[in-house]
Design a protein around this ligand. Structure first.
Ligand code: GN1
Ligand code: MG
Length: 364
């Protein structure tokens, strides 16, 4: 197996009971390694170095952030940590030039792809809020910007336009309507960002990929922590809250085939926002709070647009599991975004109500 050399770098082979493919990430290859003793488990990953070209910088970010969280959390010893190789390195390069790394597997933890209850959504909100508040004092300038302009709307739209122009796979002719739709919504979100940024929005440590299945839960369905820290970088709060609601408030999976089943569930949105705002009491600015209602629409658009771009580019970025998978993902994201647009006013009222009834104070 291709992970043989990596296993040797991190473990004594005699101690390993089992290795199996694991998880539903779109980028890396992930394995669960179980040891014979104590039922200890680890996560082994072969990194996608087409996307993450500077693995040393990536791993340094993750180590610094997890060290900081471990120092500042009330839940000591329950988070994810980088496991060093037997040679004390935070990653291993095999004979073929593949990069590998290992994390501890948090005992008894699990993830959810869809959200069954408002309690689960609220727990998700707690996890994201805790992550942001525990990293409040982290020196953000120390983080490497591993994927520059990751959530930059203009950059993502430029990449989309380049893909439309190149039309390398002759897919454009069948999706002219989608292209026109994307162009229209780009204008809308450009206006939203221009107006949001008339006030100063602080740059803070953000996760940048807090989709619901990147949250670990225990067997009581209480959230433990966020995982998949690859994209932890300087960012704006609305990136994280928006992207979190894209999955944490949705009625269906991000690639739902039947778009009529894809909408925002306002009760999940409300519960997520309540959990989130209770953990971030006093640290968010007024400018940040005022982005919360529209952020989910914006981020659903940005992620959806990236799926559509990848469809035009011939599916080179995201793993796909069927033909037109990226197109299907865009269509589901578009349906969700349009439903949030129809409910924009209610989403605003929900946020305002939580702020008022819980006396959420912004930072002075
Ligand atoms: C990717 O790694 P994974 O599958 O958690 C992507 C995110 C997208 C997400 C959509 C580095 O996340 O930006 O929101 O897919 N990560 C990267 O599901 O591009
Ligand atoms: Mg990821």
């Amino acid at each position: 197996m291709e992970y043989e050399s990596a296993l040797t770098a991190f473990f004594n082979l005699d101690t390993i009971a089992d290795v199996e493919e694991y998880g539903s990430g779109h980028i890396h290859q992930t394995f669960l390694v179980s040891l014979k003793d104590n039922h200890l488990k680890y996560i082994l990953q072969k990194l996608n170095t087409f996307i993450f070209t500077d693995v040393a910088a990536l791993q340094t970010n993750i180590e610094k952030v997890t060290d900081h969280i471990e120092k500042n959390t009330n839940d000591k010893g329950r988070g994810i940590r980088v496991v060093k190789s037997l040679k004390s390195s935070s990653f291993h390069v095999d004979e073929l030039g593949n990069y590998w790394r290992v994390f501890n597997f948090v005992a008894g933890s699990r993830t959810f792809d869809t959200i069954e209850s408002t309690d689960l959504a609220r727990q998700g909100g707690h996890a994201l809020g805790k992550f942001l508040s525990e990293l409040q004092g982290f020196p953000v300038e120390e983080l490497h910007v591993v994927l520059p302009d990751f959530h930059n709307l203009d950059k993502r739209f430029r990449q989309f336009n380049d893909a439309v122009e190149a039309d390398l796979f002759y897919r454009r002719k069948d999706i002219e309507e989608e292209i026109a739709c994307a162009q229209r919504y780009y204008q809308k979100f450009k206006r939203f960002l221009a107006s949001a940024h008339t006030e100063t929005i602080p740059v803070r440590v953000t996760h940048n990929d807090p989709k619901f299945n990147n949250i670990l839960f225990d067997d009581q369905h209480k959230s433990i922590c966020l995982i998949d820290l690859d994209t932890v970088m300087p960012g704006y709060l609305y990136y994280d809250f928006g992207d979190a609601i894209r999955t944490g408030g949705a009625s269906a999976a991000e690639d739902e085939e039947d778009v009529s089943r894809m909408f925002i569930k306002l009760e999940l949105f409300k519960a997520y926002a309540e959990g989130f705002l209770s953990e971030t009491q006093g640290i968010l600015t007024k400018a940040e709070l005022s982005t919360l209602a529209l952020a989910p629409q914006l981020m659903t658009f940005i992620i959806g647009l990236r799926f559509l771009t990848d469809y035009l580019n011939g599916d080179i970025y995201y793993k796909t599991h069927m033909t037109k998978h990226n197109l299907q993902r865009w269509l589901a994201q578009k349906a969700l975004m349009m439903d949030m647009e129809a409910k924009e006013q209610t989403m605003r009222e929900i946020i305002n109500e939580i702020i008022t009834t819980n006396h959420i104070k912004n930072e002075e």
